[in-house]
Design a protein around this ligand. Structure first.
Ligand SMILES: [Zn+2]
Length: 207
């Protein structure tokens, strides 16, 4: 290809220490708006990337230059992707490689990633924002579907590390008398779900 196309960019996963700092400050009753916005917006960008990559997997590729949706045939790596609007061009195989193995496929948690993006755009107060962040990172794949076995933690898509490391990060978050309303209850509910995942309802890890 003669033309030099701009690289496709995906938002990275959150560094665990940023999440730890957020929960430690919150447990002390500190409202650090800058930190809340920093973490919340990083997760918002990540969720948007997950939605874009997941949509591409289902046949609708968003042009990285002008956001025009390009429809593609499934499973053909050589399939040419050409934006009818701005001329951006690649193949499905090349495009797919830009997000493969990066935990960008939303799978059974796509509902919650979409929910977070919509809610974050409307959130006004630091309290609302921290509750959204809390809900997002403590969700599980297939949690919103009654007909599926519970899956992996959404944190795997959002926070750096493998499944075990991400579970350790979530397990080690700090709560205290100053914690925002609802966070301790969410933690308890999350632990209960974790127990159920471990106790035989075999998790669907390879979705
Ligand atoms: Zn375009």
């Amino acid at each position: 290809m003669a033309r030099r196309e701009p690289p496709v960019r995906w938002a990275p996963r959150l560094r665990p220490e940023r999440l730890r700092r957020l929960y430690t400050a919150d447990a002390r009753g500190l409202v650090d708006e800058e930190l809340i916005d920093d973490v919340g917006f990083a997760l918002y960008s990540r969720c948007r990337s997950i939605l874009t990559a997941s949509r591409a997997m289902h046949g609708e590729v968003e042009c990285p230059q002008c956001e025009t949706v390009i429809r593609r045939e499934p499973l053909d790596a050589d399939y040419p992707l050409v934006c009818p609007q701005c001329g951006w061009a690649t193949t499905w195989g090349e495009y797919h490689r830009t997000f493969q193995h990066q935990e960008l496929y939303g799978g059974g948690a796509i509902d919650i990633f979409r929910w977070y993006v919509e809610q974050w755009e409307r959130a006004a107060t630091p309290q609302q924002k921290i509750q959204l962040i809390d809900r997002l990172v403590h969700a599980w794949h297939w949690e919103t579907r009654q007909d599926h076995i519970l899956g992996r933690p959404t944190g795997v898509n959002l926070i750096e590390g493998n499944r075990q490391q991400v579970l350790a990060v979530l397990d080690g978050l700090t709560y205290g008398p100053g914690s925002s309303p609802g966070l301790a209850e969410m933690d308890a509910a999350w632990r209960e779900t974790w127990r159920r995942v471990q106790a035989g309802t075999k998790p669907n890890c390879e979705e």
